[in-house]
Design a protein around this ligand. Structure first.
Ligand SMILES: Nc1nc2c(ncn2[C@@H]2O[C@H](COP(=O)(O)OP(=O)(O)OP(=O)(O)O)[C@@H](O)[C@H]2O)c(=O)[nH]1
Ligand SMILES: [Mg+2]
Length: 439
C-alpha cells in the first residue's frame, strides 16, 4: 500500500550535533535521492558515501546515505535515510530541496502511521514506539521494547483466538436450537468464558504498574513548618535545591525534584509547612500544599517530635517519618514510623525502600507485559465488561444464546479497536499526533 505522496523530515532534534538524520518515505523516495546525487544508483540497505547537491548543483553535504526498499523498510514503502553533518542549515537545505523536488514535510508520527497502515505494526506497537521515545529510564524503555516486539499483540491474538472459538461454539448452538443446549455444553462454555475473563482481568490489572513505570508517581512531603521538609528534599535529591532555614514558614512555593527509583520517575514535592497564618503569601503556599496532597500518589508525613501528630488523610497512602533523629538520645520503638535525620543523611535508604514498596515499584518486572496507555486500559476494560455481562447469562436459568453471542462479539470488537483494526480516524490521529516529526 502507498499513500501517493513522498514525505520527508529530520528524525533527529534541531541543533548542532555530529550527525543528523533526514528520512524520506514514499514511492518517489529513491527517485528524489537519484536527483540529489546526480543520477547515482544505490544498493538496498547499504550505507554509501555520496555527494548530494541542491537544484542549482551546489553541494549540500558529502555524507552517508542508505536506501531501504519497501516493503522491507520501517514504513513498508521505499525509505531513504541521509546521515548528514549535524548542522541545522544542512538539514534545512536537504528538507527544502527534497520538498522542491516534490516531497512533502511529514506530519508528527507520519512515518510510524504509514508503518501501521501498511500492516507492519499494530496500534499497540505504534503506541510503544511513542512511549519508547518518551521513556525516562532503561527499565521503561525495555518494557516498551517488549511491546514493540509484539508481546502485548501476542497476548491479544491468543485472547482473540479463544474468544472466536467460544463465539463459534455459541453460534453453533444458535444454528441448532436454543433449547437444545445441553447442561454439559453449557458448563463447558461457561468454564471457557471464565478462563478468558481471568486473562482479561489480569491484563487489566497490569495497567497500574505499566502506568507507574511509564508515567511515574508523585510523592508530596507534608508537615508542619520547620520539621525539615526542605532538608529532606535536598537530601533525597543530593543537591541544594530548596532553601533551608531555622525560620518557620521558609518554603512558600512548592519545589519539585524528579528522581528515578527502580526505573520509575518519582516527582518529589516539597511544600509550604502546614500552619494557620496571617501572611497572605504563606497562606497561598498552604493552599498549594493541599492541592498537591490531592494529586499525590503517596504522602511523606514529616514531624520532628515524637509527641506531635502525623498528617492523616483518608484515601491516601501515607508514610509517617520522624526527622531529626540526631537530636534524640532516647530510642523510639515505633516500627510504623521511619526515623531519619535529613541533616546527617541517616535512615534515607530505609525511607526510599519504603517509598518503593508503598508505590509498588518493587513489583515491576521488565519480563512482564503491561498496559501503559489510557486507551489500552479503556479497551480492555470494555472487553471485560462485555464478558461480565455474558457471564450473567450463564448464571440465569434460561440461557439467551443470542444475547450471549452479542456480548462476545462486543468483547472481540474491543480487542480489534485496541489493535487498531477498527479504530476510527480520530483515535488514530490522537495516537500518532503524540509522536515527533520524523518518527
Ligand atoms: N538537627 C537537625 N536539624 C535538622 C534536620 N532536618 C532539618 N533540620 C533543621 O531544621 C530547620 C528547618 O529545616 P527546613 O528543612 O527548612 O524545614 P521545613 O520543614 O522545610 O520548614 P518550612 O519550609 O518552614 O515549612 C533548619 O534549621 C534545618 O537545618 C535534622 O535531621 N537534624
Ligand atoms: Mg521548607
Amino acid at each position: 500500500m502507498t499513500f501517493g505522496d513522498t514525505i520527508v523530515a529530520p528524525t533527529t532534534p534541531y541543533g548542532h550535533s555530529s550527525v543528523a538524520i533526514i528520512r524520506i518515505s514514499g514511492s518517489d523516495a529513491a527517485k528524489l535521492l537519484s536527483k540529489l546525487s546526480g543520477g547515482r544508483n544505490f544498493s538496498n540497505r547499504r550505507a554509501t558515501l555520496s555527494s548530494l547537491k541542491d537544484l542549482d548543483g551546489n553541494l549540500i553535504d558529502r555524507c552517508l546515505v542508505t536506501v531501504f526498499l519497501g516493503p522491507g523498510s520501517y514504513t513498508g514503502e521505499d525509505v531513504v535515510e541521509i546521515y548528514s553533518h549535524g548542522n541545522p542549515s544542512i538539514v534545512e537545505a536537504f528538507v527544502n530541496t527534497i520538498c522542491d523536488l516534490g516531497g512533502r514535510l511529514a506530519e508528527p508520527g507520519e512515518f510510524t502511521r504509514r508503518s501501521f497502515l501498511n500492516g507492519k505494526i499494530d496500534l499497540v506497537q505504534a503506541e510503544a514506539v511513542a512511549a519508547l521515545v518518551r521513556s525516562k529510564s532503561i527499565e521503561a524503555s525495555r518494557s516498551q521494547q517488549k511491546v514493540l516486539g509484539g508481546s502485548l499483540s501476542k497476548i491479544l491474538a491468543a485472547l482473540q483466538s479463544n474468544l472466536s472459538a467460544l463465539l463459534s461454539r455459541i453460534e453453533h448452538q444458535l444454528d441448532i436450537s436454543e433449547e437444545a443446549i445441553s447442561l454439559s455444553e453449557k458448563k463447558s462454555l461457561s468454564n471457557l468464558l471464565v478462563k478468558i475473563m481471568s486473562t482479561v482481568n489480569h491484563l487489566k490489572s497490569t495497567f497500574s504498574l505499566g502506568r507507574l513505570l511509564n508515567r511515574g508517581a508523585t510523592v508530596v512531603i507534608v508537615g508542619e513548618t520547620n520539621v525539615g521538609k526542605s532538608t529532606l528534599l535536598n537530601c533525597l535529591a543530593g543537591l541544594d535545591r530548596a532553601i533551608v532555614s531555622h525560620i518557620p514558614g521558609t518554603t512558600r512555593d512548592s519545589i519539585e525534584v524528579e528522581l528515578l527509583l527502580g526505573g520509575v520517575p518519582v516527582l518529589f514535592i516539597d511544600t509550604a509547612g502546614l500552619r494557620a497564618t496571617q501572611d497572605v503569601i504563606e497562606e497561598e503556599g498552604v493552599r498549594r500544599t493541599y492541592r498537591h496532597i490531592k494529586g499525590a500518589d503517596l504522602i511523606v508525613s514529616l514531624t520532628d517530635n515524637p509527641d506531635k501528630k502525623h498528617f492523616t488523610q483518608t484515601g491516601k497512602s501515607i508514610i509517617s517519618v520522624l526527622n531529626k533523629k540526631d537530636l534524640r538520645k532516647k530510642k523510639i520503638n515505633d516500627k510504623s514510623i521511619i526515623h531519619i535525620s535529613a541533616k546527617t543523611n541517616t535512615g534515607i535508604e530505609a525511607l526510599k525502600n519504603r517509598i518503593v514498596a508503598e508505590l509498588g515499584i518493587n513489583k515491576i518486572s521488565t519480563e512482564d507485559t503491561y498496559l501503559s496507555t489510557n486507551r489500552q486500559y479503556r479497551a480492555i476494560d470494555s472487553c471485560g465488561s462485555a464478558l461480565s455481562r455474558a457471564k450473567t447469562f450463564f448464571d440465569s436459568n434460561v440461557l439467551d444464546v443470542e444475547l450471549l453471542s452479542f456480548e462476545i462479539r462486543a468483547s472481540l470488537d474491543a480487542i480489534d479497536t485496541l489493535l487498531g483494526k477498527t479504530s476510527p480516524d480520530d483515535i488514530l490521529n490522537r495516537v500518532f499526533a503524540t509522536m515527533c516529526v520524523g518518527k
